[in-house]
Design a protein around this ligand. Structure first.
Ligand SMILES: [Zn+2]
Ligand SMILES: [Zn+2]
Length: 184
């Protein structure tokens, strides 16, 4: 199947003002996602095709507006190539809470910096280890503990299975307080 063949009619249809294609995928690795290709009219540069991935989580800090991937491309073909690359070989960066296109982008200099200075109690670093899986992350709970997005989603899904009513709470694995997650 050629993605371009499926997507092209959506983007060339003059009556379709939205010009957005939802990729029919509901999870990438173990994360529940919404993945889209969108034609953005108002972009002044010549990269109007936006590929973005939405996280599905009720307990991410609303102000963060964090996307799990957000890149612009010149052509629909380039955009769909990026989609295909993510679907064929998803590269997840716990540090960026994002899907990356290249392995080299996953390792941030921050991680090396963290490794060097993590035991230095004279300074405070803006990153730390996820209290569940120990990946180095920027994300933080409202109670001040480091937690990666994947571990957060697992906690949320467990709580969702156990819930007895419409409203449910999720608790921090470190201090058991209710929390929301902020992704930086
Ligand atoms: Zn984790
Ligand atoms: Zn906590």
């Amino acid at each position: 199947m050629d993605l371009l063949e499926v997507a092209l009619p959506i983007f060339t249809d003059k009556n379709n003002r939205l010009k957005e294609f939802r990729i029919p995928v509901s999870r990438i690795l173990d994360l529940p996602v919404g993945m889209y290709v969108k034609f953005v009219h108002c972009r002044k540069d010549d990269e109007p095709y936006n590929v973005y991935i939405h996280p599905f989580s009720n307990f991410i800090d609303e102000d963060s507006n964090h996307l799990l991937h957000n890149q612009y491309y010149k052509t629909l073909k380039d955009a769909l190539k990026a989609v295909d690359s993510i679907l064929q070989n998803p590269l997840w960066s716990p540090f960026h809470s994002s899907f990356m296109l290249e392995e080299k982008n996953i390792k941030s200099p921050h991680i090396a910096f963290y490794e060097k200075y993590k035991n230095n109690d004279k300074i405070k670093l803006p990153v730390g280890e996820c209290c569940v899986c120990n990946d180095v992350v920027q994300s933080e709970t409202s109670c001040g503990h480091r937690l990666c997005l994947r571990c957060h989603i697992k906690i949320e899904e467990e709580a969702d299975k156990k819930k007895t009513q419409e409203e449910y709470n999720i608790n921090c694995p470190m201090c058991r307080q209710e929390y929301t997650l902020t992704l930086h």
